[in-house]
Design a protein. Structure first.
Ligand code: FDA
Length: 304
């Protein structure tokens, strides 16, 4: 209930605008975001990325943004991703670049998102980097998968995120096994209609493991993107994280102890780093998916 309410509040543009325009509230929320977002600038993301790589982690980098509604903003986002990749190449930073297709035009015209994704994938190929497309609300799943399939045919360095919570994902994954590209499996961050979605439950965990099984047995590159300790235990027992095609991936600032423990056990762990000024929705998602984070956020807000 709390999760659903918070997700609705997070998506309310009036509330977001109110907080962004408030001289009192904005800095307080910004402080809370620091636990989950590396900072406002590309340099912040690159700097934390470099430190993590030195500690033995792999990294994903995302310039935060979604549902961009003007072409100029899409071009700015696409250019930022390209500059980010050039900078990674210059610094010898082997990173995966994560992005939402709605950040680069999906909400305006799917063809625009396709065109910009191709530009980004081309740059990634020349910099020897990979791209990972995030999965958004179920109303966008068909469009995202269709763009992905068009692009991955020419750019096998592009991967796709799939949400275990959607009933359709079992079919989608069986289809995607016929394509190149890494698959990242997440439980799903969006509030979806009950007839198409499996809620957080043992059933969802079993479905998640079923999807991982399918990918591993097909020899796919797969990212297990979760913070669920119990599920990781089962994945380790099956020997999957010892398989060179499989890695764990966790969001920066979330369950860092588990992240470190897996890495110290010699298992491959990728940390997903974000930067940018559009951190508001990202912060709300992190709180909504794990309500105890509200206490962490309030503590960060008060402590400064
Ligand atoms: P679950 O939510 O069941 O939580 C299991 C346990 O993990 C909790 O009991 C707690 O111990 C710990 N935990 C989980 N969330 C926590 C938090 N926020 N803070 C502290 N502890 C927490 N979603 C999506 O819809 N599209 C996408 O493209 C992506 N991309 C993505 C990339 C990466 C790298 C990750 C790790 C996650 C995503 N997600 C996502 C988010 C994902 O769908 C999901 O909402 C979160 O990972 C939380 O689900 P868990 O699998 O961690 O388990």
């Amino acid at each position: 209930q709390f999760t659903d309410t918070l997700k609705s509040v997070a998506r309310n543009l009036e509330i977001k605008k109110y907080i962004q325009q408030s001289n009192e509230l904005y800095p307080i929320f910004e402080r809370a975001s620091k636990r989950f977002v590396t900072g406002d600038s590309r340099e912040d993301g690159l700097s934390v990325g470099n430190q993590l790589i030195q500690k033995g982690y792999r990294i994903s980098l995302e310039y935060i943004g979604e549902n961009t509604t003007s072409k100029d903003e899409c071009i700015q986002a696409k250019d930022e991703f390209i500059t980010l990749m050039k900078e990674c190449a210059k610094q010898g930073l082997s990173s995966r670049i994560s992005l939402d297709l709605s950040h680069i035009g999906l909400s305006i015209d799917p063809q625009l998102a396709y065109q910009y994704l191709v530009e980004i994938a081309k740059e990634a190929q020349s910099d020897d980097l990979s791209i990972m497309i995030s999965m958004e609300e179920s109303t966008k799943t068909d469009q995202i998968l269709s763009i992905y399939k068009r692009v991955v045919v020419d750019y096998s360095n592009v991967g796709i995120t799939l949400q275990a919570q959607l009933q359709r994902t079992l079919n989608d994954i069986n289809d995607l096994l016929n394509y190149a590209g890494t698959i990242r499996i997440v439980k799903g961050a969006y509030q979806e209609p009950p007839d198409i979605c499996i809620p957080r439950s043992q059933n969802l965990n079993e479905r998640y493991l079923e999807l991982v099984d399918l990918c591993v047995k097909a020899g796919k590159q797969v990212s297990i993107a979760s913070h669920d300790e119990v599920m990781y235990q089962q994945i380790i027992e099956r020997g999957y994280l010892q398989n060179p095609n499989v890695e764990a991936e966790m969001l920066y600032g979330i369950h860092p102890d588990l992240c470190k423990q897996l890495k110290d056990d010699g298992l491959p762990v990728r940390v997903y780093l974000t930067y940018g000024t559009e951190w508001y929705l990202y912060l709300c998602h992190r709180i909504a998916e794990y309500p105890p984070n509200i206490y962490v956020a309030i503590t960060d807000m008060i402590r400064g």
